[in-house]
Design a protein around this ligand. Structure first.
Ligand SMILES: NC(=O)c1ccc[n+]([C@@H]2O[C@H](COP(=O)([O-])OP(=O)(O)OC[C@H]3O[C@@H](n4cnc5c(N)ncnc54)[C@H](O)[C@@H]3O)[C@@H](O)[C@H]2O)c1
Length: 232
């Protein structure tokens, strides 16, 4: 049975990914810094993905329980809720964000690669439209996500033809239950709504089977980054 490793699986987009792939019959290993309960076809690993030990343990536990790795989705990340003016952005904070959002993706890819090669597997990295455009005071996050887009094509070239590697850049994905959005929020999206985790899961699922697609970044943002905005 096909097996997928998903990081950041405890909540938000990652939890949506875990639920989607379980519902599609996959074995899933969910990795998160938060504790999660294991279940039928669900292995869980608690750890910080910016640490090498977590990546090594996550892959080892997956092989022990399921005997194979067919796919990896790197999703665990820290967001933009904390903003720092660039003059006040400490090196410690910069390294923390890069460590989780970028180094963690590299480490998971490094330890999963030998097993992905055996199955002609696939990696999907979750970046962000912040790789392409910015708000003020988001340097560490933007740089980490730009790094994920570049890491994706580098891995695709290095691991091909055995392993395909693609990237999804989500726009605004609502991860709260029962959130209500204003008309203005909805209409800034040409698609007419804010995204949901299932939108990302469906694209990731497509990329796992899209055999001639590798090294690419796919923006899933309801068209938001294509809409021009003029101040009146
Ligand atoms: N929600 C959005 O609008 C949006 C938009 C663009 C990109 N993204 C990206 O999608 C991914 C998921 O975002 P989300 O909105 O679901 O975030 P979230 O904060 O709801 O979930 C992130 C998950 O990652 C886990 N995590 C955080 N640091 C970790 C670490 N060091 N080790 C292991 N696990 C860790 C958290 O515990 C959590 O379960 C992130 O990479 C984020 O940058 C989200």
């Amino acid at each position: 049975m096909k097996t997928i490793l998903i990081t950041g699986g405890a909540q938000g987009i990652g939890r949506g990914l875990v639920e989607h792939f379980l519902s599609q019959g996959w074995n899933v290993t969910a990795v998160d810094i938060q504790e999660m309960a294991p279940g039928d076809r669900l292995e869980t690993v608690c750890g910080d993905t910016s640490l090498e030990e977590t990546a090594r343990r996550a892959v080892a536990k997956t092989m022990e329980r399921f005997g194979r790795v067919d796919a990896l989705i790197n999703n665990a990340g820290v967001g933009t809720s904390q903003k720092f003016k660039v003059e006040d952005l400490s090196l410690v904070e910069w390294n923390r964000v890069l460590g989780i959002n970028l180094t963690g993706y590299f480490l998971m890819a490094k330890y999963a690669a030998p097993f992905l090669r055996q199955t002609n597997g696939t990696i999907v990295n979750i970046a962000s439209t912040r790789a392409l455009m910015s708000e003020p005071d988001s340097e560490a996050y933007a740089a980490s996500k730009g790094g994920v887009v570049a890491l994706t094509h580098a891995l695709a070239v290095s691991l091909g033809p055995d392993v395909r590697v693609n990237c999804i850049s989500p726009g605004w994905i609502e991860t709260r239950e029962n959130a209500v959005h204003s008309e203005a929020d909805r209409l800034q999206h040409p698609a007419g709504r804010v995204g949901i985790p299932q939108d990302i899961a469906e694209l990731a699922d497509y990329l796992l089977s899209a055999g001639f697609v590798t090294g690419q970044n796919f923006v899933a943002d309801g068209g938001m980054t294509k809409k021009m905005i003029y101040a009146e």
